[in-house]
Design a protein around this ligand. Structure first.
Ligand code: NAD
Length: 478
């Protein structure tokens, strides 16, 4: 665990406030991991004002590079402690938590190599203007609001880009998982990031979110979370004409054509679907398999899924940890119940007892067949270890079913036919597409959604420019 346990405002650790405390608990066992101070309006304003002062002190690109590399190196040096922190607060298996630490470190390393993109560009102009200069100025104070499902990596994506761009950040992590964010703030401090360049606020989303939305110094809010909260942020920032980058919910389709490499498709599906117990935005939410191969595919899938073990993420045997809380359990259970009532068949899984508390929400991996488009599993993000499988007859039907959603984050398809792949890529309206793979994003490539999965991109040099304001200087000799 990284001490001290508190918020970080203007270079000071805040371990007490007048607003009381909240507990962080292990979602597998209910063990209390920490008791942290609740922050509210006054702390949020103090953090924003500190950030406003901090970003106006120019930070040369070399200084930013040193901060980014310092944080990357420290993340990797503390990999085991950080992985354990993630598993304790989020519940995911330790091996996934280790991968998350490496993924997070990758963003700091990558943006350290991209700073040259921020050098001014110059163009000659027709007189009387003799030179045009394009500056990539920092956006200024940025609010970073992150979810609990990748408590370190979702923050790393934003924070690394913000720091590289020369911004100052006010961070608000998710209520159940603040410990990874505390660790990251501590590593930033140790890496020489000056007071005020990064500030960390803890506690319930309101009133912190409301102040971030209305304070004039906050020029950009980068948010990862649900589409419902994204919509609220759009409404709350509209009167202030504030920039937003929204990484919202997904509802990923996974298409298996008749010419697919079935073992490869199954491997990819299992890895993609059950990462974080099915609680990732790019998780497959619905599978469409060509009817001619449905039977062998379902048999093999059921066999594989039945082997997966549910348990405490610290146990090396565990494949699937707990759901984050009881509300998540209730949603998954409701989706499965709805599918069964509408005629789906449960090939693997059973009805588990409802957890008595907000922890211990273990849900068994479940495979459903005979799934139809009217079922909740085909319409909404389930966010749990459930694989609903429907069949299709034609490529046209498969693509139409995949696109039949307001979401557009990730989609996957398996085919050996390059011509078909080109048609799928051209027609699937998703920001992230996997062809014969269920792989997620990388630091080097831009990731983000279409439609109601949001706008803006994280990762890649596109992700760096999200945190910049292009500023143009036209110069004439005078
Ligand atoms: P959530 O929307 O409930 O919360 C996300 C963050 O927003 C948390 O920090 C929360 O405290 C905060 N928040 C909640 N209400 C707020 C308000 N009124 N003002 C300001 N902040 C507020 O989402 P979650 O349950 O933490 O995460 C799961 C969701 O996130 C899923 O829908 C998932 O698909 C999505 N997600 C998307 C991506 C992506 O890259 N697109 C990545 C991970 C998760």
């Amino acid at each position: 665990m990284f001490e001290p346990l508190g918020g970080w405002i203007d270079g000071r650790w805040i371990t007490r406030t007048p607003h009381g405390t909240f507990d962080v608990r292990n979602p597998a066992t209910g063990e209390r991991l920490a008791t942290l101070p609740v922050m509210a309006d006054a702390e949020t304003v103090a953090a924003i004002e500190a950030a406003e002062r901090a970003w106006q002190i120019p930070a040369p690109l070399e200084a930013r590079r040193a901060w980014l590399e310092g944080i990357r190196d420290r993340l990797l040096a503390h990999r085991e402690t950080l992985a354990r922190t993630i598993t304790l607060e989020n519940g995911k298996p330790l091996r996934e938590a280790r991968a998350e630490v490496e993924y997070a470190a990758g963003f700091f390393g990558f943006f350290a190599t991209q700073l040259h993109r921020l050098e001014p560009e110059t163009w000659p102009g027709p007189p009387p203007v003799t030179q045009w200069t394009v500056l990539h100025s920092p956006a200024g104070v940025v609010g970073l609001i992150t979810p609990w499902n990748f408590p370190l990596a979702m923050l790393a994506k934003k924070f690394a880009a913000a720091l590289a761009a020369g911004c100052a950040a006010v961070i608000k992590p998710a209520l159940p998982t603040p410990l990874s964010a505390i660790a990251l703030a501590r590593l930033a401090e140790q890496s020489g990031v000056p007071p005020g360049r990064v500030n960390l606020l803890l506690g319930p989303p309101e009133p912190i979110g409301a102040v971030l939305c209305r304070h004039p110094a906050v020029r950009l809010i980068s948010f990862t979370g649900s589409t419902a909260v994204g919509r609220r942020l759009l409404a709350a920032t509209a009167p202030h004409v504030k920039r937003l980058a929204l990484e919202l919910g997904g509802h990923a389709p996974f298409l298996v054509f008749e010419d697919a490499d079935l073992p490869a498709a199954l491997d990819a599906l299992i890895a993609n679907k059950f990462r974080a117990g099915g609680q990732t935005c790019i998780c497959t939410n619905r599978v469409y398999v060509h009817q001619s191969i449905a039977e062998p595919f379902l048999n093999a899938l059921a066999h594989r899924v039945a082997q997966l073990r549910v348990g405490n993420g610290l146990d090396p045997q565990t494949d699937i940890g707990p759901l984050i809380h009881r509300a998540a359990f209730d949603k998954v259970a409701a989706h499965v119940r709805d599918a069964l009532e509408r005629g789906a068949q449960r090939l693997v899984g059973h009805d588990p007892p409802r957890p008595e508390h907000d922890w211990g929400a273990f849900y068994p991996p479940t495979v459903l067949s005979r799934v139809t488009t009217d079922m909740l599993v085909c319409r909404e993000e389930t966010f749990g270890p459930v694989v609903p499988v429907a069949t299709f007859e034609t490529e046209e039907d498969a693509i139409a079913a995949a696109n039949n959603t307001p979401y557009g984050l990730a989609a996957y398809f398996f085919t050996r036919d390059p011509a078909r792949a080109r048609r799928c890529i051209a027609r699937l309206r998703f920001g992230h597409i996997g062809w014969n793979t269920g792989s997620g994003p990388r630091p080097e490539t831009p990731f983000g959604g279409m439609k109601q999965s949001g706008f803006g991109r994280e990762g890649g040099w596109h992700g760096l420019l999200e945190f910049c304001e292009p500023q143009v200087v036209a110069r004439a000799h005078g």
